[in-house]
Design a binder for this molecule. Structure first.
Ligand code: GDP
Ligand code: MN
Ligand code: MN
Length: 260
């Protein structure tokens, strides 16, 4: 497997066509059968998913959340930001000492994935509304440039429960399944695998994030070549439903009792 950065992409502006910009620069690094990862930051910028704090009227709930967060952090917290997080979310799972929410497309992350850095001219950068649709648009755009079969993964950098540190995850994908189902295959001792469903889109997103980087010097697009999904069964189930998620069920009965 090879990971190649797509270099020299410009600052992405609303309305920019990422497929065009990437196709113009990828050249021979990109070929049919490859996977292209694209950081959600530039997908959002291209889709104009920027916002300003002044657009958010402060609900009582947002004010309460900001007050609690401010008290715990010992510094001011803008209730308009809490309002933005609520508006991007369908459920608030943790309300202190940070906001953990489910986004409208099913991804669970801190602050609904809203970024406050590297957003020229605006206060906030929201996640794409439907990242898998964004991935499909980029894939279709690449096909128009002669790259007939490139799977696309939209990534974000997220923290993890139980472990320090952040890593890349897939928040949208198109042209490949999200997971590879090993159930029914055999291990080295001939025992049947009973539970292993490998989230390949997350694994590719994490690998690509090593190349993407986080600071100013990185690139938002990475080509994964010489990698194949293989012929195991695939699944597009990535985000657990509440019924299928013990941790989330436990959180629903959970209340923060102090300390940061
Ligand atoms: P996220 O992981 O999706 O939140 O994306 P990041 O904000 O970490 O950005 C990923 C990489 O893309 C970083 O190396 C940034 O420096 C870079 N980046 C962010 N925005 C732009 C942009 O508009 N143009 C270019 N060329 N690079 C960008
Ligand atoms: Mn991000
Ligand atoms: Mn990142």
């Amino acid at each position: 497997m090879e990971l190649s950065p797509v270099t020299d992409l410009p600052e992405i502006r609303p309305g920019d066509d990422l497929a065009d910009l990437i196709a113009d620069r990828a050249g021979d690094d990109l070929a049919d059968g490859d996977v292209l990862t694209v950081a959600s930051t530039v997908v959002s910028k291209g889709e104009g998913r920027t916002a300003d704090l002044t657009e958010y009227p402060i609900s009582g709930r947002a004010q309460d959340l900001a007050d609690t967060l401010a008290e715990l952090a010992g510094e001011e917290k803008d209730p308009r930001f809490a309002q933005a997080v609520l508006e991007e979310s369908t459920e608030l799972l943790i309300d202190a000492p940070f906001l953990l929410t489910e986004t409208r497309f099913g991804h669970i992350c801190v602050n609904a994935g809203i970024d406050r850095s590297n957003v020229p001219e605006h206060d906030l950068l929201l996640l794409p509304e439907r990242p898998s649709k964004s991935a499909a648009r980029i894939r279709d755009g690449l096909a128009e440039h002669g790259y007939e079969d490139v799977a696309v993964i939209v990534t974000d950098t997220c923290g993890r429960p139980f472990r320090h540190g952040q890593r890349g995850v897939a928040i949208g994908w198109d042209g490949m399944p999200a997971s590879r189902d090993w159930r029914g295959e055999q291990d080295r001792d001939g025992r049947e695998l009973g539970v292993t469903v490998q989230s390949v889109v997350d694994e590719l997103a994490a690998a690509a994030n090593l190349v993407t980087g986080e600071g100013a010097g990185g690139t938002p697009a990475v080509v994964v070549s010489d990698w194949a999904f293989g012929d195991l069964a695939g699944s597009d189930e990535l985000f657990r439903s509440v019924e299928d998620d013990l941790i989330r069920q436990a959180l629903r009965g959970w209340e923060w009792e102090g300390g940061t």
